[in-house]
Write a protein that binds this ligand. Structure first.
Ligand code: UD1
Length: 362
């Protein structure tokens, strides 16, 4: 069985790593790892291959950045050539980035089976490019691997045949479980001179937060209040860095003496900070899940989430873009009244094993 595993952007790497590792132990599976090059900076890509012990991609498509249409179209044109040359039996795509949708469309049209890992998640917010990518990918996939109960319900409501849908757990948590001990050994805390549970960790990159000046300013106003109580560590995504420059917000950030802006961090260093943080403030999807697994309180700076289990049973609280709500929730956690949670069903580090068993018909 010949399988192409696809990665494109930062949140794909930790999802493919366990699948690639499990597959490599199967004698009857031949894998090819294709990197579209959607993320290309060393700190957004290469660093993750090293930390996650991913093999060098067999094929690198080098598509880079662009408008949604340009980026998606470039991936499709390049990936079609790969499929024609490699003639795989199956393409595995993960998550919801443009590379996910682009590669699944190309495969489906060439009659190659598609497996979508992290299927069924829905924010019901079609202004999010990821929501469009999720709907498209799920509609044309042959295997839909689901991380939480809400996904089963959404796929049923969309009329997707039950026989294609498998509740397997969460491959992002597989990576977290696998690398937890190694992440604990990271020197990032001493490098940054931080004490455990004495800082807040921030990440921001959603267009709805950082591409709109008023929204970005709202968040910075909240951080100005929060940094009076606790140090803020903010590893910054290239998109947000670019917007800080174009909105002229650098001075405002420089004035916050307890806010430390960092380059994007590697996987192990970031996991270490997430474990040690008093709280996390984020608009990421995956970080809502990782904090729930780690038991670290998470304040989600979005109006909706496609990962409701992190709120229902995990440590996640959703506050949107409202300055006062952000401050209020942060102060609750800082004063020791943060939310406690439990680990969702099947988030046990074995999702990739379940997936590969299903794919090989075991
Ligand atoms: C993408 C995904 C998003 C995911 C995020 C994680 C889509 C639609 N979005 O968003 O779901 O949560 O990745 O990071 O697929 N850039 C660099 N270096 C890089 C990559 C990007 O400087 O290596 C800059 C470019 O200026 C680019 C901008 O970041 O224009 C945005 O990159 P893009 O891949 O379009 O989307 P992300 O915001 O990273």
């Amino acid at each position: 069985m010949k399988i192409i595993n696809v990665v494109g952007a930062r949140p794909n790497f930790m999802k493919i790593a366990p699948i690639q590792r499990v597959m490599s132990a199967y004698k009857n599976i031949e894998t090819r790892l294709v990197h579209t090059g959607q993320h290309y900076d060393e700190r957004m890509s290469k660093l993750f291959f090293e930390d996650l012990q991913l093999p060098k991609p067999d094929v690198y498509l080098n598509v880079g950045s662009g408008s949604h249409a340009v980026q998606t179209a470039k991936v499709m044109m390049e990936f079609e050539q790969v499929l024609l040359a490699e003639k795989p039996d199956l393409v595995v795509v993960v998550g919801d980035v443009n590379s996910t949708a682009a590669c699944s469309i190309v495969a489906a049209k060439l009659g190659v089976k598609v497996a979508h890992v992290e299927a069924g998640l829905r924010s019901f917010d079609r202004t999010m490019p990821e929501e469009i990518n999720r709907i498209l990918t799920d509609a044309i996939s042959d295997f839909l691997f689901v991380t939480e109960q809400s996904g089963l319900m959404h796929l049923k409501n969309e009329g997707i045949n039950d026989s294609k849908v498998h509740f397997v757990g969460n491959v992002m948590i597989d990576s977290l479980v696998y690398f937890l001990e190694k992440a604990r050994q990271s020197k990032i805390m001493s490098d940054l001179k931080l004490d455990p549970k004495n800082f807040a960790l921030v990440t921001l990159h959603r267009p709805s937060n950082v591409d709109n000046k008023d929204h970005f300013l709202n968040l910075l106003h909240a951080f100005e209040v929060i940094e009076k109580d606790i140090n803020i560590i903010f590893p910054i995504h290239p998109r947000s860095r670019k917007m800080i420059e174009s909105f002229g917000l650098q001075d405002k950030i420089d004035r916050m003496k307890n806010l430390m802006l960092l380059e994007p961090l590697g996987y192990l260093d970031f996991m270490n900070l997430m474990q040690n943080a008093r709280l996390v403030l984020t608009d990421s999807g995956g970080i809502q899940e990782e904090t729930t697994y780690l038991g670290t309180p998470c304040i989600t700076l979005r109006e909706n989430t496609e990962r409701p289990v992190t709120i229902e049973v995990g440590t996640n609280v959703m506050v949107g873009n409202d300055k006062n709500r952000i401050i209020e929730e942060a102060q609750k956690v800082i004063s020791g009244n943060g939310k406690h949670g439990r680990i969702p069903d099947l988030w046990d580090g074995k999702a990739a094993e379940r997936i590969v068993k299903i794919l090989t018909g075991e």
